[in-house]
Design a protein around this ligand. Structure first.
Ligand SMILES: Nc1nc2c(ncn2[C@@H]2O[C@H](COP(=O)(O)OP(=O)(O)OP(=O)(O)O)[C@@H](O)[C@H]2O)c(=O)[nH]1
Length: 329
């Protein structure tokens, strides 16, 4: 944009803003309001003022940019219409209830909401609403609303939230996710009288693998095992997680023990057939896993922890009976 154009655009904006300032302050007939609006217009925060109907009375340039609509177009419109539906209803209700109890000031501290930008895009903002003291406004109810753009924080938060659910080395679910998932599946399966199976899988003699080939190759082996187990799972609602060190867990909602045994057998075969050529190990380097299975059906176990404990006992048996075994509790 040329300097001239930019200058005339700013000029137009200033004229529009001062017209609005005059209109509101004349209506409210108050110099204090005029001063407040003049201050908000030069502030770096997004600020707008609404009346008791939630109608925009003043919108500073930063707020207009948030809504992606010029201030003069916004004035006279209901601000709730610029909120995502779920928040719109909250604010409609808030303003309506306030009208029946208007002696109580309508204030709230920073709250996360989504405002509508043009073309159906949303912007995550933190919004606070404060009632301007009636003495300042000649008893005309006005609310000053301040918004902060939190979209970058939300994006980062989502990335961190996803990472916090995963095991850093293998990329599968971590123990925390496993515990939350089995707890949720436990309740759903119990409520619907459906079975819930659980498998604990432990790599055999993994210390030897590390001792012989080093920890870096040991890490690659863990990644490969995680991927292999994942590929053996039947449906999207089943879950594989790293339980700890060289131990993995599989949750199979709506699966009877016979189904879990079939999956365990598939895991056993696939693991036995793995080779580690891509990390420079000869074809005769092989690994195996021991597995412990347990299934909740007809109230055998009191809690999901008890079910996991039962699978652990079965795994212990698989180890003590010679490894590369599948044992059912
Ligand atoms: N490379 C690597 N090794 C790990 C990791 N976590 C645990 N380990 C190793 O896993 C091995 C587990 O050894 P043990 O508990 O003695 O079990 P094991 O040698 O597999 O023997 P059994 O389970 O009895 O068959 C240890 O050497 C740990 O250092 C990891 O993240 N990376």
């Amino acid at each position: 944009m040329s300097n001239n154009n930019q200058h005339s655009k700013l000029n137009n904006e200033n004229i529009a803003v001062s017209t609005l300032v005059n209109s509101l302050s004349e209506r409210v007939n108050n110099e204090k309001i005029s001063a407040i609006i003049n201050v908000t217009n030069v502030m770096a925060d997004a600020i707008f003022i609404v009346n008791a109907q939630g109608v925009f009375e003043s919108v500073n340039p930063v707020a207009a940019r948030f809504f992606n609509v010029p201030s003069d177009i916004l004035i006279g419109k209901k601000w709730q219409h610029f909120l995502q539906e779920q928040y719109r209803d909250d604010y409609e209700y808030m303003f309506e209830s306030w009208k029946n109890n208007y002696q109580t000031p309508l204030n709230h501290g920073p709250k996360e909401v989504k405002i509508i930008k043009a073309k159906g895009n949303f912007l995550d903002v933190e919004l606070s609403v404060s009632c301007i003291p009636p003495a300042t406004t000649n008893n005309t109810p006005l609310f000053i609303c301040i918004m902060h753009d939190i979209s970058k924080h939300i994006k980062k938060y989502k990335v961190l939230e996803t990472l916090s659910k995963l095991d850093h080395l293998t990329g599968i679910a971590n123990r925390g996710t496993l515990e939350k998932t089995i707890h949720k599946d436990w309740q759903t399966c119990l409520m619907n009288k459906q079975p819930l199976s659980f498998i604990l899988i432990d790599i055999d003699y993994f210390k030897l693998f590390n001792d012989n080939f080093g920890h870096v190759k040991g890490d690659k082996c863990l990644q490969k095992v995680a991927k292999t187990i994942e590929e053996c799972l039947p449906s999207k609602d089943s879950l594989v997680a790293r339980y700890g060190g060289e131990e993995f867990a599989v949750v199979l909602p709506r699966s009877h023990i016979s189904n879990a045994e079939m999956i365990a057998k598939r895991i056993q075969d696939r693991i036995l057939n793995l080779n580690f050529r891509e990390i420079g190990l000869p074809d005769n380097v092989k690994i195996s896993v021991s597995q412990g299975l347990a299934c909740e059906y007809n109230n055998q176990y009191r809690t999901s922890e008890a079910l996991m404990c039962a699978a652990d006992t079965a795994l212990y048996r698989a180890k003590s009976q010679g490894r590369n075994m599948i044992c059912t509790r």
